[in-house]
Design a protein around this ligand. Structure first.
Ligand SMILES: NC(=O)c1ccc[n+]([C@@H]2O[C@H](COP(=O)([O-])OP(=O)(O)OC[C@H]3O[C@@H](n4cnc5c(N)ncnc54)[C@H](OP(=O)(O)O)[C@@H]3O)[C@@H](O)[C@H]2O)c1
Length: 347
């Protein structure tokens, strides 16, 4: 190529614009990408020189422009999230754990938050009241009590007035007890189903008209235990599996209404009482008391103690940083195209 013809200057201009643009974007978005950027620029110059010997200028120009466009498209940031301001979200189970952390974060983003707690005078409720803005409303709701769910709906409607509800985050959940399925009481299976499935179902059915009118979002907090068999968690897992099927069905049914439905599957996090040894000791005691002498004899008390120690050690090693779950919930509420399922956290 003759370096001083008009095509050369056009070529140089185009390369400068595209490479300069890509460079600006990379450096602005993540400075740690600098070594990658140097390698990429080096490769561009090398390829350009090699091609310059054997390709006509116009073709060379077209190829480089195409490569730059492709690169720019790949590195373009995802579409911006919807604004939080003016959006109302109802979230259950905010006494502790993900619920409390999410309620605080949504409030800090500018959402109008309706946070339900089991105990309005408890530490969790007081902490929310102390740290959040006056936009946050605390409501006392046991999701297994239809009357309380109905009252929460009336209170929410009254406060919202003409403003619709944008989001429902079904977070409240329990793992009543752990233990092999054969050793678990029926009340354990029923207790998990009552909160994790029927409670969530009841809240969802109650708030759906508000969400449909606003083409809002539903975010259900499930668990990997609802997808895969985890020994000693059959009762909890079965209730989350039921929740998953319900959520997936709802996602299809509500598509024509413009309501988007997401499932979040957090990995292992230290929340609530589960990191507390006294909690596991109490669970262990309850399990031993509930067993018939024959079953206790066959499984052996040592086995029960080992199981309890194993669960306690898992819980103590779990992550204390709840932000991946909080962020997954925010994405489900604000992403233009929220994911149907999000595994919040490693493994
Ligand atoms: N932590 C994890 O590793 C993990 C992993 C996967 C999925 N999850 C799920 O994440 C969700 C939140 O749990 P978390 O880990 O944050 O535990 P958490 O701190 O125990 O939070 C659960 C919340 O639900 C509340 N709750 C319990 N029963 C209720 C009821 N009948 N009605 C209304 N609220 C009720 C609890 O109140 P109290 O504090 O008064 O009991 C608590 O505020 C649950 O659905 C759980 O299954 C957790």
């Amino acid at each position: 190529m003759d370096d001083y013809t008009l095509p050369f200057w056009i070529y140089l201009g185009v390369v400068t614009v595209f490479v300069g643009g890509a460079m600006k974007r990379i450096v602005a978005s993540h400075l740690s990408a600098a070594p990658t950027l140097v390698a990429w620029l080096g490769a561009t110059v090398l390829v350009e020189r090699l091609w310059a010997f054997c390709l006509p200028t116009v073709l060379l120009l077209a190829l480089l422009a195409f490569a730059c466009c492709l690169y720019s498209a790949r590195t373009s940031p995802p579409p911006a999230n919807l604004p939080a301001h003016g959006k109302a979200v109802f979230i259950t189970g905010c006494d502790s754990g993900f619920g409390k952390a999410t309620a605080k974060h949504l409030d800090s983003l500018g959402f109008e938050v309706f946070a339900t707690v089991l105990d309005l005078t408890g530490d969790g409720a007081r902490d929310l009241q102390r740290t959040c803005s006056s936009r946050l409303t605390l409501l006392q709701v046991d999701i297994t009590q239809p009357q309380q769910v109905h009252q929460a709906l009336l209170d929410t409607k009254a406060k919202l007035g003409l403003q619709g509800l944008w989001g429902l985050v079904n977070n409240a959940g329990v793992c009543v007890n752990f233990g092999d399925a054969e050793l678990s009481l029926m009340s354990n299976f029923r207790g998990c189903m009552e909160v994790n499935f029927f409670g969530t179902l009841s809240v969802t059915k109650s708030f759906l008209p508000l969400l449909r009118h606003n083409k809002g979002r539903i975010v259900n907090i499930s668990s990997p235990a609802g997808d895969q068999p985890f020994p000693c968690l059959a009762a909890y897992g079965a209730s989350k599996a039921a929740l998953n099927l319900f959520t997936n069905t709802l996602r299809h049914e509500l598509e024509p209404w413009g309501v988007q439905v997401s499932t979040i599957l957090p990995s292992s996090y230290r929340t609530g009482r589960s990191s507390n040894r006294a909690y596991w000791d109490q669970q262990h005691k309850q399990l031993l008391q509930s067993l018939s002498p024959a079953l206790l004899d066959e499984y052996g008390e040592d086995y029960m103690t080992e199981t309890k120690d194993l669960f306690h050690s898992y819980a103590s090693q779990a992550s204390t940083d709840l932000s991946p779950v909080v962020q997954a919930i925010v994405q489900a509420l604000l992403a233009p195209q929220p994911r149907a399922r999000d595994k919040a956290g490693a493994g």
